[in-house]
Ligand binder design. Structure first.
Ligand code: ATP
Length: 232
């Protein structure tokens, strides 16, 4: 579904990715793990076409992300910190994204209910709390029923009930066969959600495989301990 072929990316003198090869399997949930600054968000942004590789190719569903924008309709993206025009209401934001995507946000009602957002619909984005802004980010990412979900730390900052409900929603999407790519630093959550793990260390892949394989290779039963082994 998503493929990185011989990807190089530097920021100034910092050579982050050098000859990165990675394939994310369709219908699987892949967690991108790694220390702060290891390149997780940059990896996601390259799939979204928000960061352009210096060399190499990124494809989504076989389409080169640099050659067309059509593939973006396949993606629902939840950033770490959602940014929308501050003076728009939540309702306006949904309409604005519908206009940009040229499609209806068909799961809006379900998500408004799930995330307890109905009362915020007519409030300006600027007036919302940090957690509520994040819920709006989740709604926008999920309401279009896209087959590929890209989620950057989706549960961080949400109250426990909302986090539990959103996690349940993501699990259901996974059961339905969606491809999910997400970043997390919470190992318990990764154990619940992920089939596959990609572990990055300064732009290098130090592990790419199933959660079971990682535990087997490190001889650890808990993912937290297995990841600690990779780091030490
Ligand atoms: N636009 C940019 N300009 C310069 N350097 C950048 C830019 N974006 C990322 N970097 C650098 O690339 C490296 C990887 O950053 P990235 O945000 O991808 O890491 P991350 O693994 O997502 O980190 P975190 O866990 O802290 O969110 C860091 O050293 C960062 O400073």
């Amino acid at each position: 579904m998503v493929k990185f072929e011989s990807v190089f990316k530097s920021f100034g003198k910092k050579k982050l990715f050098q000859n990165l090869h990675l394939e994310l399997k369709e219908g699987k949930t892949t967690a991108i793990l790694g220390p702060n600054g290891s390149g997780k968000t940059t990896l996601m942004k390259m799939v979204l076409g928000l960061v352009i590789p210096d060399r190499g190719k990124v494809t989504v569903g076989g389409e080169d992300v640099q050659k067309s924008a059509g593939y973006r309709k396949l993606i629902g993206y939840m950033p770490q910190i959602p940014e929308f025009p501050e003076n728009l209401t939540v309702k306006d934001i949904i309409s604005m994204v519908e206009d940009v995507r040229k499609e209806k946000a068909i799961r809006t009602d379900e998500l408004l209910d799930l995330l307890n957002l109905e009362r915020e619909l007519n409030k300006k984005f600027s007036s919302l709390s940090g957690g509520t802004k994040q819920k709006v980010g989740a709604l926008i990412a999920l309401a279009f029923d896209a087959p590929l979900l890209i989620l950057d730390e989706p549960l961080v900052g949400l109250d426990p009930i909302s986090a539990y409900r959103l996690k349940g929603f993501i699990l259901e999407e996974k059961r339905k066969g969606k491809t999910v790519l997400y970043i997390s630093h919470i190992m318990g959550e990764v154990e619940e959600l992920a089939d596959m793990v990609v572990f990055l260390t300064e732009g290098q892949i130090s592990f790419d495989g199933s959660v079971e394989k990682l535990k087997e290779e490190t001889g650890k039963e808990r993912l937290e301990e297995a990841v600690f082994c990779l780091l030490s």
